[in-house]
Design a protein around this ligand. Structure first.
Ligand code: KG4
Ligand code: ZN
Length: 342
């Protein structure tokens, strides 16, 4: 007999990269969403996989405890446990998946494996005050530290990649630029902040035109590196003096490149609902560009709340919610996958 309920209490765990996060959802309502960001990577200018795994191990128990406590839920009340199955760092994923499996086994409740990028997209369906959610089908620009994809979202379980990066992700383009500019990791938020006082047309960087709706970001960081080397050779104070202008120009290049392909894909597919997802969707200029375009051209635009842009377990929980309703559970043999396909 099927004992599934309509508004399940789901504990979700996210551990794909450098955030250890746990969240409890009741139906589509988030009861708690605890995120412990690993500070240890800052001094290395990027995530060190082995250190990430160890930090997840140290934090997973207190983070899950806190999520249950803030939700006011005892673990015996849970209907399912969800975890990020991939893509992500293998050692980091293993910590979350092993923990989720043990808990599901101990409580004798279903286990749900979630695709991290699908979860970024489905974060739009977390219950919000405005009760405003995208209608299917919609086109989502999913931009994070590891991915850059234009996704045709046909339902909560059907995703088609229309275009994607052939090398670096948009988030990496921000993070690598920050590194050469001497800014801390992660670079995106810092560049965003500095760009606010800079002139976006001060400098010009180039991006390649690829066929279809694909992107390439690896040349852009090299372009910046050579530009800085040349300027620095002539004037050692160049970066210091021009930092806001460099950030604003670099950010304009990335966001113009991202949105031009995204809008072209929407026109091509005749889709009138646009959405942003992933850590880079926290970028103020990207948000502004998409909103402005939607306003001018009659598109419905959806941008996640800041707390659900960067990695968090609530998005894993909402994805698990839909899987739960369809009975898409996994068994204890499920293994995490570093490069899981959508
Ligand atoms: O989705 P996310 O939290 O983790 C991954 O799944 O990768 O995305 C992290 C990325 C980092 O590259 C970070 O620099 C970028 O999101 N990011 C931003 C901003 N906030 C975070 N990039 C540009 N502007 C921001 N405000
Ligand atoms: Zn992510």
């Amino acid at each position: 007999m099927d004992s599934r309920v309509d508004d399940p209490l789901i504990l979700a765990i996210e551990s794909s990269c450098d955030e250890t996060s746990a969240s409890v959802l009741c139906g589509r309502t988030v009861l708690s969403n605890v995120i412990a960001t690993q500070k240890i990577h800052e001094k290395y200018g990027g995530v060190v996989p082995e250190l990430a795994s160890r930090a997840h191990q140290a934090k997973i128990v207190p983070v899950v405890d806190q999520a249950l406590q803030e939700a006011g839920i005892d673990k015996s009340q849970l209907h399912a446990v969800a975890f990020t199955q991939g893509p992500g760092l293998m050692g980091a994923l293993l910590v979350g998946s092993s923990f989720a499996k043990s808990l599901a086994l101990g409580l004798n409740i279903p286990l749900i494996g979630v695709h991290h990028m699908e979860a970024h997209i489905l974060a739009h369906f977390i219950r919000n005050k405005e009760e405003r959610y995208p209608q299917f089908p919609f086109l989502c620009l999913t931009v994070s530290g590891g991915h850059t994809q234009i996704v045709h979202v046909k339902s909560a379980s059907e995703f088609e990649i229309v275009g994607e990066t052939i090398d670096d992700a948009a988030g990496e383009a921000f993070d690598k630029a920050a590194k050469v500019l001497g800014l801390p990791y992660p670079g995106g938020p810092m560049i965003d902040r500095l760009a606010a006082t800079g002139d976006p047309s001060a400098f010009h960087f180039t991006t390649p035109r690829l066929p279809d709706f694909n992107y390439s970001f690896s040349g852009l960081k090299t372009n910046l590196l050579y530009f800085l080397r040349e300027k620095n050779a002539a004037d050692a104070t160049f970066i210091e003096r021009e930092l806001p202008n460099i950030c604003a120009s670099y950010q304009r290049t990335i966001t113009e490149y991202l949105t031009s392909r995204f809008f072209a894909a929407a026109g091509n597919l005749k889709i009138k609902t646009l959405a942003l997802a992933g850590g880079v969707s926290a970028n103020s200029e990207l948000r502004r560009r998409v909103l402005e375009y939607g306003d001018k051209n009659g598109y419905d635009v959806f941008i996640p709340a800041f707390e659900f842009c960067t990695d968090n377990a609530a998005m894993i929980g909402i994805s698990a919610h839909y899987k739960y309703l369809e009975g898409r559970f996994c068994d204890l043999r499920a293994t995490p996958s570093a490069s899981m396909k959508m």
